[in-house]
Design a protein around this ligand. Structure first.
Ligand code: NAP
Length: 522
């Protein structure tokens, strides 16, 4: 990693009015994906790039999700860049502020921040076949880029529930991903809708301060114990000073996590010990059999994301907390009405209902070769791409964390780094071959997606008897990666140009005669 020192303790945000008119690579998003891409571009000696982000600092989801209790459920040592280990993690599972601070620190030390423009929203990106560039209209002006990399994340746009009357609620209301820190919940009557990964972290944090908490549970999640602890002083010294100690630690965690894969994708019975632990987690904290029954899931463990917490069930067992499973019929200006006709008045409504996952909002702003948006194309058959990174009809578009790249068991940072390697390899081959545009052949993309869906048939996400955000409206799992993460890394080690339509035509302002060739078959 290139390191530059800076005396400025805060990452600088260059005013958006300084957007250049033209860059070689435009990266959208400044989370793990965009930052990692920027660092690796710079390391490769590519200085002609720009990163734009609608927020005010690097961090992505770790900048936006500031709700009480926000923390990662992938161990810290693995949830970090391989090229920027952090000897300062305080715990085995990092809280959100530490991850955000880590990303800011990495950004500052890598010296790439002068290529970041914050407060810039991408409004439209259109492929210009004549000039072989993306014309990207942003809130701060228009930029043309030969290559467009999206790193805007699969979990970035909060999804509010479509519940009758919700817009008329007159109390405080906010989504977990847009926590309103101005609202003091102390002594208030609060309702939370949802019992997913975010909710189970928020609930224990607020249950002790609110007067009363109504938890609206549509589906009970499986929640295993969280083996979280502060690192000892000896461990922290080891991370900092003993060569390879931290790397060995990380490697051990990585392989431990990979052992979950067969249980998810082939033989869900392997996950039975996890189910036993999750059942024990309920028994340990909840003595009321009615409540225990309510919070015990009725689907196979692993079908939805497996959650981890030691404090969630104890919080549900508190006297001032009620778990409501009757289903929400409507929201009135002052309360929540359930299908059994009961109304519960509340001062504050917290929406913990997740994100747009199978219909990524940015896809509706990217127009490919035939003028259709990626969103339009996906609306027909669901999200699809080649290697989760490129898309037929969308030349020189690279998506980090695209279709079928999500994980339920390990670190997304590993997947992101694999994709960055692939993109750099593509750029290198484009430069070497005088190539102006690449896009996967339709056949290569179709074969890739057929393989994804074939592998999904046996996976617990399809067979486990649940509905989840992993599946789209067609019932297809277009979000998760159904193999080991090392298989993904191997497949993306080098840009496989033989699976691509390659264009060596000059731009409309150039000199070479257009020659469009189809390189190889799928
Ligand atoms: P989520 O897991 O999608 O959970 C959403 C919750 O809201 C679910 O309980 C869902 O019920 C419920 N819900 C959705 N629409 C509803 C409606 N109309 N009425 C009633 N209930 C409704 O969302 P999330 O908790 O924000 O987490 C999303 C993802 O972010 C996670 O899966 C994870 O990948 C990531 N995340 C990770 C961490 C971590 O690392 N610790 C923390 C937070 C988030 P159903 O189950 O019935 O759909």
């Amino acid at each position: 990693m290139t390191t530059r020192t800076s005396s400025d303790p805060r990452p600088s945000a260059t005013p958006p009015e300084h957007l250049p008119e033209r860059v070689r690579v435009l990266v959208v998003g400044a989370g793990f994906a965009g930052l990692g891409m920027a660092i690796k571009l710079e390391e490769a000696g590519r200085t002609d790039f720009l990163v734009v982000d609608k927020g005010d600092s690097v961090g992505g989801t770790w900048r936006d999700n500031t709700y009480p209790g926000a923390a990662c459920d992938v161990p810290s040592q693995l949830y970090s860049f391989s090229f920027a280990p952090n000897p300062s993690w305080s715990r085995s599972f990092s809280p959100q502020p530490e991850i955000h601070a880590y990303l800011q620190d990495v950004a500052r030390r890598s010296g790439v921040l002068d290529r970041f423009r914050f407060g810039v929203t991408v409004e439209d990106a259109t492929w210009d076949e004549g000039d072989q560039v993306w014309t990207v209209v942003t809130s701060a002006g228009t930029v043309t880029a030969a290559v467009l990399v999206t790193g805007s994340g699969g979990l970035s746009e909060p999804k509010n529930p479509d519940i009758e009357g919700i817009d008329g609620f007159t109390g405080e209301i906010f989504h977990t991903a847009r926590w309103n820190h101005d609202v003091d919940l102390t002594g208030k009557r609060v309702a939370i809708v949802g019992t997913g990964a975010s909710a189970i972290q928020v609930i224990p944090e607020i249950a002790t301060k609110v007067a009363h908490l109504d938890v609206y549970q549509r589906t009970a999640p499986w929640v295993m114990p969280r083996h979280d602890r502060a690192y000892t002083a000896i461990e922290r010294l080891g991370f900092r000073f003993v060569p390879f100690f931290q790397k060995a630690y990380r490697t051990g965690i990585y392989w431990g996590r990979e052992t979950y894969v067969p249980g998810f994708v082939r033989q869900p019975k392997i996950l039975t010990p996890a189910k036993t632990m999750a059942e024990g987690n309920i028994r340990k904290a909840i003595s009321d059999p009615e409540l225990a029954a309510k919070v015990t899931p009725d689907f196979q463990i692993g079908c939805k994301r497996i959650l981890i917490s030691n404090t969630y069930y104890p919080a549900l067992a508190q006297d001032n907390v009620e778990v409501i499973t009757d289903g929400i019929a409507e929201i009135t200006p002052t309360g929540v009405v359930t299908r059994d006709g009961a109304t519960r008045e509340v001062d504050c409504l917290i929406v913990a209902t997740g994100f747009f996952t199978t219909d990524q909002p940015i896809a509706h702003h990217i127009k490919g070769r035939d003028g259709r948006t990626l969103g339009d194309v996906w609306a027909e058959n669901g999200m699809a791409s080649y290697k989760g990174t490129t898309a037929a009809g969308f030349p020189n578009l690279f998506q980090i964390v695209g279709a079928n790249t999500g994980l339920g068991h390990s670190s997304m940072v590993f997947m992101i780094e694999s994709q960055i390697t692939y993109i750099l390899s593509a750029l290198q081959q484009m430069d070497a071959g005088g190539i102006t545009a690449v896009e996967p052949t339709a056949a290569a993309q179709a074969a890739w997606n057929e393989d994804m869906q074939r592998r999904m048939r046996r996976a617990v996400w399809s067979t486990g008897g649940c509905a989840s955000w992993y599946l789209d409206e067609h019932g297809r799992n277009t979000t998760l990666w159904p193999r080991t993460t090392f298989a993904f890394r191997n497949l993306l080690r080098t840009f496989d140009i033989e699976k691509y339509v390659v264009n060596t035509q000059s731009t409309s302002s150039g000199t070479t005669a257009p020659t469009k060739e189809k390189a190889g078959a799928a």
